[in-house]
Write a protein that binds this ligand. Structure first.
Ligand code: PEP
Length: 262
């Protein structure tokens, strides 16, 4: 059985003070919620928050002693250099991060990150033993024109090109996030999300073999809330959720983790 991965993407919310407050409230709740704690201890579930760069220190300090994972939302592909405003994988590791989101749709569409940029970021994250959460997803017009699967195939394969199965199995988490469902309150139906996640698993199987595909954690993201989590996670190929808005408050994020207990 694959473990569940429950991830909160805070985007440009929760500065350092708000992050410390979140941790003070969330970490004890996570520890005292017996079903979640037991799932985490048995390796059946992981819970992660992806904080803004400036809040990572507060997040790693605030979670000390807790199995809560702290990750970043982006990184540069070079280790260091003249790249004003950028942050590298070794810097994230120094702060205690173990995971990093790569290719969130806001990075692709607002900041114009290309597939080649994202490929370089994936390789750089793997080189530093950071686990990338690699996001793929179609725009509304792409869904409406029937090109969802083409878009997903191109994004996934451009990101994972030149890799072999050992780079992917257990090392990369894939997140399917239809862009039209992010922050809009519109959730893909569980069946639609399953259809694309199954397609992703099939692509991984065709490219890297069944063994790699079976091990890979695939998330759904897009207006996930405590109320729709169980239905989404009842789908065979969806192993977890990437949550924006509903991860900002300890109680709603805890509600999502609770709904994910297996
Ligand atoms: C996200 O930020 O990846 C996301 C899915 O946001 P929301 O849950 O708010 O739709």
């Amino acid at each position: 059985m694959r473990r569940r991965f429950i991830a909160g993407n805070w985007k440009m919310f929760n500065g350092p003070s708000a992050t410390s407050e979140f941790m003070s409230a969330f970490v004890p709740k996570l520890a005292s919620s017996e079903d979640i704690a037991s799932n985490i201890n048995k390796g059946m579930m992981e819970v992660a928050v992806f904080a803004p760069f400036v809040s990572l220190d507060a997040a790693t300090k605030g979670k000390e002693g807790s199995p809560l994972i702290v990750g970043a939302q982006n990184m540069h592909w070079e280790k260091s250099g003249a790249f004003t405003g950028e942050v590298s994988a070794p810097m994230l590791k120094e702060l205690g991060c173990t995971h990093v989101i790569i290719g969130h749709s806001e990075r692709r569409h607002i900041f114009r990150e290309t597939s080649e940029d994202l490929h370089k970021k994936l390789l750089a994250a793997l080189e530093e033993n950071l686990t990338p959460v690699f996001c793929v997803g179609e725009l509304l017009e792409e869904r409406e024109s029937g090109s969802t699967f083409d878009v997903i195939r191109k994004q996934l394969m451009a990101g994972l090109k030149v890799m072999d199965g050992s780079d992917v199995a257990d090392k990369i988490i894939v997140a399917y996030e239809p862009v039209w469902a992010i922050g809009t309150g519109k959730t893909a139906s569980s069946e639609d999300a399953q259809e694309v996640c199954a397609f992703i698993r099939k692509l991984l199987a065709d490219t890297f073999g069944e063994g790699v595909a079976e091990k890979t954690i695939i998330l759904y993201g897009g207006s996930v809330k405590p109320e729709n989590t169980a239905s989404i996670l009842s789908m065979k190929d969806i192993d977890g959720v990437l949550v924006g808005g509903a991860s900002l408050k300890p109680d709603s994020f805890l509600g999502i983790a609770k709904a994910a207990v297996q």
